[in-house]
Design a protein around this ligand. Structure first.
Ligand code: 13P
Length: 256
């Protein structure tokens, strides 16, 4: 049985004041939530601050992005995986669709980042997903398949023992247009099947999160699907009550 995992992607939101309030509520509410792994991914300048605020809890911290080079050096504005690890991150989001579309990240760069993250002892949360146009053109599996394959080719299937995949249909992100539980399940099963072709054991234990307009009122139905093991939460992770309700739903629904 896979242990559910819910991560909050705060994207470019936050301030020290906002974080103080949010963490106080999370720390209080997360205490009874033992049956789910939880993480928050703040903007990188706040990682250390958030980490300090969570020392007494089991909530992990993750980065939202990292450089696609391993060594420190003359890369103005970039942050290495080593630095994320140094300030206490366990996870790093890699290949989010906002990085792929707004910052033109390629499959090759994403694969490099996954490889570097693993080498630094960080668990990459590898995001994959199709646009609305791609879904309407019936190429969802082709698109998601090639995003996955680029990383499988680079790091090998065994490395997926330490990778989390997040299926995030681009059209569902921040739009309120959640994928139906069946639509999400179909792609999750496809992703697991792709990995299973190379290693059934790794595929069986692979955590595949769903992301895209997950809210307290749709979380349980999504997480009840056989191949959905939790979520990567954007907007709703900025509200402690909503985020905790979603984590609770994962704990309930994923014990399958
Ligand atoms: P929303 O939950 O705001 O749709 O964002 C999802 C997401 O992009 C998480 O990485």
């Amino acid at each position: 049985m896979r242990r559910p995992f819910v991560a909050g992607n705060w994207k470019m939101h936050g301030s020290k004041a906002m974080i103080q309030t949010l963490l106080a509520e999370l720390v209080e509410g997360a205490k009874p939530l033992e049956s789910v792994d939880m993480a928050v991914c703040p903007p990188s300048v706040y990682i250390d601050y958030v980490k300090q605020g969570l020392v007494e809890t089991k909530i992990s911290v993750g980065g939202q992005n990292m450089a696609d080079v391993a060594e420190q050096g003359a890369f103005t504005g970039e942050v290495t995986g080593v630095m994320l690890k140094d300030v206490g991150c366990d996870y790093v989001i890699v290949g989010h669709s906002e990085r792929r579309t707004l910052y033109a990240e390629t499959d090759e760069q994403v694969a490099n980042k996954v490889s570097i993250a693993l080498a630094e002892g960080l668990t990459p949360i590898l995001c994959v997903g199709e646009t609305l146009k791609e879904r309407e053109s019936n190429v969802t599996e082709k698109v998601v398949g090639s995003q996955m394959q680029a990383v499988l080719d680079k790091v090998g299937v065994k490395a997926f023992a330490k990778v989390v995949v997040a299926y995030e249909p681009v059209w569902a992100i921040g739009t309120g247009m959640t994928a139906s539980p069946q639509q999400a399940q179909d792609v999750h099963a496809f992703i697991r099947g792709l990995v299973a072709k190379q290693d059934a054991t790794i595929a069986e234990s692979l955590i595949i999160q769903y992301g895209g307009s997950v809210k307290p009122n749709n979380a349980k139905e999504l997480f009840s699907q056989t191949d959905i093991d939790g979520g990567l939460i954007g907007g709703a992770s900025l509200n402690a009550v909503d985020f905790l309700a979603i984590c609770e739903a994962a704990g309930d629904a994923c014990s399958k």
